[in-house]
Design a protein around this ligand. Structure first.
Ligand SMILES: NC(=O)c1ccc[n+]([C@@H]2O[C@H](COP(=O)([O-])OP(=O)(O)OC[C@H]3O[C@@H](n4cnc5c(N)ncnc54)[C@H](OP(=O)(O)O)[C@@H]3O)[C@@H](O)[C@H]2O)c1
Length: 330
């Protein structure tokens, strides 16, 4: 298969946000190194982290100018040395640098097969959003049947997966979402949905479950909602899994942990989990494929944009205007 020397890609040119992302047509096609594969990108996944990177707030993020995006699915078209995994023709999904492009290099070891019968687009989320949701619920949140889980951004890519899996594990789900997204969340099986913008989240959660607090809180909202998440968690045993800062940073002091919020606060970064706890990540991916085989997790249905409309897609994600996963098609 012939691979061109240059390609179209979205280049982030500043730290002023996605507005400074522009389409270029002369980006060099990357060459797979040892242990790497080159894929022809069929669909790239948009993530909230793309916004943090574009604003320069992602820890150790790329320096502009850089090719944006980090999640993509496509067909392997070339392999580097010592690759025993996916071979040309295989359809895989994975993370790397420069996904908003026609071609992208992935680590062969971390390239996950697109489930049989699924399109590449439908597999987006499988390596970022879904393992994050599952890691938050199971190895970290230790959710069990009959417990209550509070899921923020429940209509989003990560949140939808979390609601679906929490219901599968027998939990009562209290979701939060912007008012226009409530039907989506209820259709996934959430038991209650609260207004993420104007609601009294802690008060409503405590009212719904008779003052006891949620056993597990999936905290991705940050900002002022972080305090509400802490207040909504069950005293002594409640676990707050913190994996997003969409609304900005929020502090908590040791005084507050002793006198106000006697809860477990657990940080989650899926990239660090992959590196530092590969066995846990392997178990998470094994469970995800079991949930796919059982029909619990079904092919994703991302909203697709042309690659050139990437800045628009990111702007809509940033302003809370989107529902579910977003895909860019090169
Ligand atoms: N730590 C990790 O490894 C990891 C991995 C994947 C994702 N994440 C995090 O998980 C969260 C969801 O990511 P995603 O890619 O699936 O995005 P998403 O949920 O599809 O979209 C973000 C949603 O967050 C909600 N939100 C709450 N406060 C917000 C604010 N101040 N500004 C913008 N949005 C706000 C909005 O939902 P409503 O308007 O409905 O409230 C918005 O639609 C993000 O915080 C992301 O950083 C973390």
């Amino acid at each position: 298969m012939s691979v061109p020397a240059s390609m179209c890609a979205l280049q982030q040119t500043s730290r002023n946000g996605p507005q400074d992302m522009r389409l270029i047509n002369d980006a060099p096609v990357p060459v797979p190194g040892r242990g790497e594969v080159l894929i022809r990108v069929a669909a790239a996944g948009v993530n909230f982290a793309d916004i943090s990177k574009a604003h320069g707030t992602f820890l150790d993020g790329p320096r502009p100018p850089y090719l944006a995006g980090f999640e993509a699915a496509g067909e392997v078209v070339a392999v580097g040395g010592a690759v025993t995994g996916p071979q040309p023709g295989a359809r895989v999904v994975g993370v790397g640098n420069g996904a908003f492009a026609e071609y992208m290099v992935l680590s062969a070891a971390a390239a996950v097969p697109v489930p049989p019968g699924w399109t590449e687009q439908q597999a987006l989320g499988l390596v970022v959003n879904w393992p994050t949701a599952l890691a938050a619920l199971k190895p970290l949140g230790v959710v069990t049947a009959g417990q209550t889980v509070l899921v923020h951004a429940a209509a989003g890519a990560t949140g939808q997966a979390a609601v679906t899996m929490a219901k599968h594990y027998g939990a009562t789900v209290i979701a939060t979402a912007s008012p226009g997204k409530h039907e989506t969340v209820l259709a996934l099986g959430a038991d209650h949905v609260l207004d993420s913008i104007r609601g009294d989240i802690a008060g409503d959660v405590l009212r719904l479950i008779s003052g006891a607090g949620a056993d597990v809180v999936l905290e991705s909202a940050g900002g002022t909602t972080f305090e509400a998440s802490l207040a909504a968690a069950k005293r002594v045993t409640g676990r707050v899994i913190v994996y997003g800062v969409a609304g900005g940073e929020a502090p908590i002091t040791n005084w507050e942990l002793v006198y106000k919020h006697q809860v477990h606060i657990i940080g989650l970064n899926i990239g660090v989990l992959i590196q530092a706890a590969p066995q846990i990540f392997g178990e998470v991916m094994g469970e995800l494929f079991a949930l796919i085989a059982a029909g619990v997790l079904t092919p994703g249905r991302p909203t697709a944009y042309d690659l050139a409309d990437g800045p628009k897609a990111l702007a809509e994600l940033e302003t809370r205007a989107t529902v579910g996963k977003l895909a860019l098609l090169p």
